[in-house]
Design a protein around this ligand. Structure first.
Ligand SMILES: Nc1ncnc2c1ncn2[C@@H]1O[C@H](COP(=O)(O)OP(=O)(O)OP(=O)(O)O)[C@@H](O)[C@H]1O
Ligand SMILES: [Mg+2]
Length: 231
């Protein structure tokens, strides 16, 4: 039987048969502002509440802006555990290959032996930089394998283009294929407002909801309404 871990996101575990499959790599694919980073933050917060090791690897944000976002939700666990159970690392420079294959394992190594929660947010700059499909595939295959050895990982991928179509674009085919699970965060335009919605595109080793579930982001974070239709 597969082992599962709680997501920490309100309403999410109910649509995926109990939670994330332990030691899997999950891609969160979504429109700008759809809630990818908040989702990842809540996933790590759940780990901190359970005294687990958690890693936030950013290719974009610095620690101050991350903590400010946590503050806006009252997520104090990050400040309290900074540099103990919570490790924040920002990738500087543009050598993604070097970072993912050499630096990242060193960062994670400091917490070996225990299951860790790991977030790479966003993975997109790597995809922009390493365009050659063979190289991208080789690096990501190794990176994802390494992530599964250290724990359960969420990686985020920006989604552009028409937000009302559900198609996955071809330029992100490799990370989508290599991930064990793909979550799509959409913003659906309807009668003058955007409704946020979540759906599970794929999930290896588990049954899951095939519906599109509306959610909102309130002062306490994400709330998924598992039983409601999108409109
Ligand atoms: N303190 C808060 N209270 C309520 N809602 C918030 C709060 N902070 C952020 N939000 C909501 O969360 C959204 C941003 O979510 P998030 O940063 O997770 O999106 P993202 O998908 O990571 O975006 P990006 O593409 O910029 O990385 C905001 O647009 C807003 O709707
Ligand atoms: Mg983000």
């Amino acid at each position: 039987m597969v082992e599962r871990i709680k997501s920490g996101v309100n309403g999410f575990d109910a649509i995926v048969n109990g939670g994330f499959v332990k030691n899997s790599v999950v891609a969160i694919y979504g429109s700008p502002g759809a809630g990818k980073s908040v989702f990842c933050t809540e996933f790590l917060r759940e780990g901190l509440k359970n005294n687990e090791k958690v890693f936030y690897i950013s290719m974009e944000q610095d620690i101050d802006s991350f903590l400010e976002q946590c503050d806006s939700f009252g997520f104090n666990e990050f400040k309290e555990n900074l540099n103990s159970n919570f490790v924040f690392s920002r990738m500087n420079g543009h050598d993604f290959k070097n970072f993912l294959s050499i630096e990242l394992p060193k960062i994670l190594e400091t917490r070996k032996e225990k299951h860790a929660r790991i977030v790479i947010d966003p993975l997109t700059p790597f995809l922009w930089e390493v365009k050659d499909p063979t190289l991208q595939r080789n690096i990501l295959t190794d990176t994802f394998k390494m992530l599964r050895e250290f724990g359960t990982a969420l990686v985020t991928i920006e989604r552009y283009g028409n937000i009302n179509t559900m198609e996955l674009s071809e330029d992100i085919a490799i990370p989508i294929y290599l991930s064990d699970m793909v979550i799509l965060l959409s913003m659906i335009y309807n009668q003058n407002f955007y409704q946020k919605a979540i759906s599970i595109v794929k999930m290896r080793f588990s049954s899951h909801s095939t519906g599109m579930h509306p959610f909102d982001i309130g002062s306490n974070g994400i709330n998924i309404f598992q039983d409601q239709p999108v409109f």
